[in-house]
Design a protein around this ligand. Structure first.
Ligand code: PRP
Length: 207
């Protein structure tokens, strides 16, 4: 049992992608990961134990070593900036970080930018030499320009339905986003064989 791998996985839409990918890699993880209210799901016959986390908490669990590895979006990694190894681009849950606004938006001095990702937004505008005030929101960010809270937003775009339905336009792409496999730095050394084996199996599917 020494090499039991604790895997932090996020709840939500991404679980189906993770399940499919692991199944293709010959790792039949429990199908009901996104249905149960249990937060720890053992799969000891596979040498695994799943920890169900809020997406933004996955890198925290992995950095502190309570999970050896985790699956998390690059968006969260960019925002959280945790001290973890990024092992694999899983190529799932594809979307992009974009600057979004109303079509008739006009530049103003020190515009307000709303986002669930204040660090990503601040860094992007800083690197582009634009001074902005970033307002942190926790969801439904597309509302902000519609009700006059912000001039622009930085958010994820997947199908584009949310911005279209709210009459907004994508102005600049910041980065392409996919899910990544990450590892705790100590676990990566101590449980290297088990982690490497899992990576190899996933990589074969990805190739
Ligand atoms: C995400 C994101 C956008 C939407 C984009 O929100 O913040 O609002 O999905 O997807 P689309 O381009 O396919 O429409 P989420 O569904 O996670 O909800 P939230 O805004 O409440 O966080």
């Amino acid at each position: 049992m020494a090499d039991l791998l604790k895997v932090a996985v996020p709840k939500g839409r991404i679980v189906k992608h993770i399940s499919r990918l692991f199944h293709q890699a010959g790792i039949p993880i429990p199908e009901d990961l996104d249905e149960t209210r249990k937060f720890i799901i053992p799969a000891h016959d596979l040498g695994l134990e799943f920890i169900i986390a809020k997406p933004a908490d996955v890198p925290t669990y992995v950095e502190y070593g309570v999970a050896d590895i985790g699956v998390v979006g690059k968006d969260v990694l960019m925002e959280e900036n945790r001290n973890v190894y990024e092992l694999l681009d899983l190529g799932i849950a594809k979307c992009r970080f974009s600057v979004i606004g109303l079509p008739d938006w006009e530049p103003v001095l020190n515009p307000r930018v709303a986002s669930k990702f204040p660090n990503v937004a601040s860094q992007y505008f800083r690197e582009n030499g634009q001074q902005v005030e970033v307002i942190k929101l926790n969801g439904n960010v597309e509302l902000a320009p519609l009700i006059g809270l912000a001039d622009r937003i930085v958010d994820l775009v997947e199908t584009g339905n949310t911005i279209r339905e709210n009459g907004l336009v994508e102005m600049e792409k910041i980065a392409d986003i996919t899910s990544r496999l990450i590892a705790n730095r100590v676990s990566y050394r101590m449980k290297n064989e088990a982690i490497q084996q899992l990576c190899d199996r996933l990589q074969q599917v990805l190739a």
